[in-house]
Design a protein. Structure first.
Length: 159
């Protein structure tokens, strides 16, 4: 049986990109395994929360003074019901309709509890191997626009 997935998206004034991101999430060939989409918002003033709710996402608001990356990720995880948690930022735009399946596919190995990639438009490395590896990820997974994280974590595994 395939694991269920919760997608957790961190936002701050990401309405324009969030609309496209939610559309890309709905177009995934693995979409049927997504049980919830959660937007953790940092008091956006551009209509991001309203857009999230209109698109069926659960909304959590964190005050700007209380914001930190770990807090936002943990707040999303607290309400998530999926066995696998996928973390994105609101301006992360996956490149293809199979990126979710590929990311979750790493969990077929019972020793894998988490998988992540940090990608950037600017490669700051003297190593050709690291450049090639990042280039392959960019071409396969995302539209390069800015730095962000794609993190997948399994609740099913403990070490």
């Amino acid at each position: 049986m395939k694991p269920t997935i919760s997608v957790i998206i961190r936002t701050l004034n990401e309405r324009e990109r969030l609309a496209e991101l939610l559309s890309v999430i709905r177009s995934q060939d693995y979409f049927h395994q997504i049980v919830d989409v959660i937007v953790v918002d940092n008091e956006s003033a551009d209509g991001t929360p309203k857009l999230a709710l209109q698109n069926g996402a659960k909304l959590i608001t964190i005050k700007r003074d209380d914001f930190s990356y770990p807090v936002s990720l943990n707040k999303g995880a607290e309400v998530a019901s999926g066995e696998i948690l996928v973390y994105l930022v609101g301006h992360a735009l996956p490149f293809s309709n199979d990126w979710l399946r590929h990311g979750v596919g790493h969990f077929s190995n019972p020793k894998v509890a988490g998988y992540g990639r940090r990608t950037s438009q600017t490669v700051r490395s003297s190593s050709f191997f690291q450049f090639r590896q990042m280039h392959q990820v960019l071409n396969r997974c995302i539209r390069p626009s800015t730095s962000y994280f794609i993190i997948v974590w399994s609740r099913m595994r403990s070490f």
